[in-house]
Design a protein around this ligand. Structure first.
Ligand code: ZN
Length: 117
């Protein structure tokens, strides 16, 4: 299985588990990326593009799927939390709280996802 197929496969299953399967999620590998993943969500067209860079590629080569999946769950959770914060003036404080809340919810959802496997 390729990394891209692995990501698509788990994203689809996670979307179902997280009840966000109405979003069209696609992946884009970029060489230089500051974060492990980032996501751009279009709430009007229910479409999201998740970009990943060399960090994910390195984890994949090491066989560290758990780390990739935890981070993927976080990114998909941004689809939920971003619906509240999208379009708001992103102060440093709000961005930090958004990240913390996103991480907390993603851990809950990822725990459910792992139990369903
Ligand atoms: Zn995040």
């Amino acid at each position: 299985m390729t990394l891209q197929n692995f990501l698509l496969h788990h994203a689809q299953r996670m979307q179902y588990c997280f009840v966000i399967e109405h979003f069209q999620v696609s992946f884009l590998e970029v060489r230089r990326l500051g974060a492990i993943f980032d996501i751009l969500v279009d709430y009007e067209y229910l479409d999201a593009v998740i970009r990943y860079g060399s960090q994910v590629r390195k984890l994949w080569d090491k066989g560290d799927k758990e780390e990739i999946l935890g981070a993927l769950a976080h990114e998909l959770t941004h689809i939920l939390t971003g619906n509240i914060t999208d379009g708001l003036a992103q102060t440093v404080k709000l961005r930090k709280r958004d990240e913390q809340t996103t991480e907390h919810i993603s851990r809950l959802l990822y725990r459910l996802y792992k139990e369903k496997k």
